[in-house]
Design a protein around this ligand. Structure first.
Ligand code: GAL
Length: 714
């Protein structure tokens, strides 16, 4: 016993000597956003590359925040390993975030390493979208502004010095559960380990409630993205080796069969070299790219091009970028130093002149994450020890690469006053303003649903893509989730035919369509038509993301942070202000749904439910598993097959619950950034005394929404 006391005392002295509490400086950056700086912070951080300025007026109009602790209680210390940050945490707090996590939802009690990786094994924090940012249901968010590989112990460590004399010894039972019970749960902080850093910036986002925290974060990053309106339709990616004629045939298939589709994505073979990339049309596959783009435009399709950022020796970009790249190659190609603005400029100008000016509406920015194991090879990207001319190292470049790639490509569209909707496989913090949807090669439907919720805690957009399936049920349930997400994406990059005609890869590519292919096609058409009906509502939810910072897709705990039943609810989410989605997966014929406080309506049956309770639902494969909150005016449009700048949506307003209530629609040209200069209308919807009325205000000439009908659901 005595020996134990002495060794603890010695350890105490060692700890005192090796940790130096660093003097911190606090700066108020905007209403409810503070920055604590200590030591010598790094140069290459996520915030250093933030695209937009904070939306200060919108930030100031949020209710005043209040932290559950004093800023001075956040401790920052440095030692020869790096920086340690300790943030207070009370016993009842629930934590969320760390980017687009796949496996976990509530992060309380976990050790999380948010590191960019396309192979996120074992739920340790690896993800396509790592952010060193978490939020608490007590109404605040903490962002460690670093691109170093960082570990968060979310109330999962116990420190010797913090041990209270009142602590009792463990009274372990003999069951496995009792033996392995984590006795550290009561620890009062989140500890952050940032090896290699000599200083740090900690951003603190105030609430007062959880949703306000996310609003502040998104508004501070310049407001959420507003994709081009056509981006909210259907995106279909064709097989990687399709040539010009085959893509046109696919476009004709959609139109002839009246299956809605706005964007066709072209995969690797359009280029003369793909791994690494030449960024040059392969003329044997696409003999006349301009004529091809014009044909697609005539048929009402946007064209999106697959690429990644590793520059082939065959590319015209190789020579200009040779001295502006890292000292390691990927697939024989250069890794451009996107941390340098001149390098981004060279890449951007080439893409602008070669593709964007020709009418390419967006890119799929692939392979910008790191990888442990991919297709049998274990080194799929540049090493962490790489060096770049700007001074950034490989580790920090990995964390920021997807973010910087988005910046490079998005800037082309921004300066051309054209909006887009991009695909990207890696992102990071302060990316809220990028209209880029993350996607993944992983294909677990449960995880895909969880990622919809987690995207809302990280200022990211996520598309749970559909490819092949195990069964029709699996296929339809996945398709439902895709329709109820930020981007409806069918990625047939290895499928000759649309998966609704054949779900099995082998048979699909052998041209053996399913016996009931036409029936499944009919069902898919119904789901797509619902998606097109929802475009005005979704577009307005994205406008709220932009102007107010409210994530269009978010976990229920964000709207109901006091409701314990939402703390670990990782498979239901809100879409906009009035829709609750509860997707089903292949394993389910029915599912339990939790409806929070209030009255809710089953969208399919109009049955009324009292909130605060669990129910069992059994939606069919063509019924979308959604509930509408009482007081919602749900504007549903007559579905169009694709959206053009002239599209007029004919809308029926469904009023849920016959009470006086309001709603709104955001109306602009849908394709330019003129809304930033105030060129838009707010269409206010009002239901009062059994009558509907609309009031349009704003400077946009012309209208996009024609309100045809009002219908009460009661
Ligand atoms: C993968 C990507 C797929 C597909 C493929 C083409 O990395 O995630 O969606 O584009 O590359 O080679």
């Amino acid at each position: 016993m005595k020996k134990h006391t002495i060794s603890a005392f010695v350890l105490f002295l060692i700890l005192q000597a090796s940790f130096i509490n660093t003097i911190a400086q606090v700066t108020n950056l905007a209403a409810g956003v503070q920055k604590i700086s200590a030591g010598q912070p790094d140069k290459f951080t996520p915030y250093a590359f933030c695209e937009e300025l904070p939306m200060k007026t919108a930030l100031a109009s949020l209710p005043a925040g209040k932290l559950p602790f004093k800023l001075a209680d956040i401790k920052i210390s440095t030692n020869d390993r790096g920086v340690v940050v300790e943030i207070p945490l009370d016993n009842s707090e629930q934590l969320y975030g760390f980017g687009l996590q796949l496996g976990s939802f509530n992060q309380r009690g976990l050790k999380v390493k948010p590191i960019v990786n396309d192979n996120p094994l074992n739920d340790v924090g690896y993800t396509h979208g790592p952010t060193t940012f978490y939020v608490s249901n007590k109404g605040y968010g903490i962002l460690i502004n670093t691109s170093r590989y960082t570990t968060f112990y979310c109330g999962s460590t116990a420190k010797l010095n913090d041990r209270k004399s009142t602590d009792t010894e463990r009274k372990d039972g003999n069951s496995v559960d009792e033996l392995y019970k984590n006795n550290n749960q009561a620890l009062g902080n989140v500890t952050v380990d940032i090896p290699g850093a000599k200083g740090i910036e900690v951003f603190v986002f105030e609430g007062p409630d959880l949703k306000n925290v996310m609003q502040r974060y998104n508004l501070f990053a310049g407001g959420g993205a507003l994709p081009a309106i056509w981006g909210l339709g259907i995106k279909y990616r064709v097989k990687a080796d399709f040539n010009q004629q085959q893509v046109i045939k696919m476009a004709e298939y959609f139109r002839e069969n009246h299956i809605p589709c706005d964007v066709l994505g072209i995969e690797p073979k359009w280029q003369t070299a793909a791994y690494s990339c030449s960024y040059v049309w392969a003329k044997d596959f696409f003999p006349d790219p301009n004529a091809f783009i014009a044909t697609m435009k005539d048929k009402g399709f946007q064209v999106n091009l697959w690429e990644h950022a590793f520059v082939s020796p065959k590319s015209p970009l190789y020579e200009p970028l040779k001295t502006k790249s890292g000292n390691y190659l990927v697939w024989g190609g250069l890794v451009p130093d996107f941390a340098d603005s001149a390098t981004r400029g060279i890449f951007a100008n080439y893409h602008d002149n070669t593709f964007v000016k020709q009418g390419i509406s967006g890119f799929k920015m692939d392979e910008c994450d790191n990888s442990n194991i991919a297709f049998g090879s274990n080194s799929w990207s540049f090493p962490e020890l790489s060096r770049f001319p700007s001074g950034i190292d490989g580790e920090q470049m990995h964390q920021l690469f997807g973010l910087l790639y988005q910046k490079t490509v998005y800037d082309i569209y921004k300066r051309s006053n054209k909006r887009t909707y991009l695909d990207v496989r890696a992102s990071n913090a302060f990316a809220s303003s990028y209209p880029a949807a993350l996607y993944s090669d992983t294909y677990d439907h449960d995880q895909y649903i969880k990622m919809i919720l987690n995207s809302g805690f990280s200022g990211m957009i996520w598309s749970p893509e559909v490819r092949e399936s195990n069964s029709i049920k699996d296929f339809m349930r996945r398709s439902q989730t895709a329709v109820l997400s930020a981007q409806t994406l069918f990625n047939s990059w290895y499928l000759q035919n649309p998966p609704w005609l054949q779900i099995n890869i082998k048979k699909n590519n052998a041209g053996q369509l399913m016996d009931n292919a036409k029936e499944v096609e009919d069902d898919i058409r119904k789901l797509f038509e619902f998606r097109m009906s929802l475009v005005p509502y979704l577009y307005s939810a994205f406008a709220d993301y932009h102007f107010k910072g409210i994530p269009p897709f978010r976990a229920l705990v964000m709207d109901y942070p006091e409701d314990k039943n939402t703390f670990n609810l990782s498979d239901e989410y809100m879409i906009g202000s009035g829709i609750l989605a509860a997707p089903l997966t292949e394993k389910m014929d029915e599912r339990k749904v939790y409806l929070p406080a209030g009255i809710w309506y089953d969208f399919n049956t109009n049955q009324k439910y009292e909130g605060g309770k669990y129910y069992t639902i059994k939606p069919s494969l063509t019924q979308l598993p959604i509930f509408i909150k009482e007081g919602t005016i749900l504007p549903l449009a007559k579905p169009v097959e694709h959206v053009t700048p002239d599209t007029k949506f004919e809308i029926t307003c469904f009023v849920y619950g016959n009470h006086t209530t309001t709603g709104s629609l955001f109306e602009d040209d849908g394709v330019s950034f003129n809304y930033e200069k105030g060129n838009y209308n707010s269409v206010n919807l009002l239901w009062d005394k059994n009558k509907g009325a609309i009031k349009r205000s704003g400077s946009l000439k012309g209208t996009r929404y024609i309100i045809k009908k009002w219908q009460v659901i009661n």
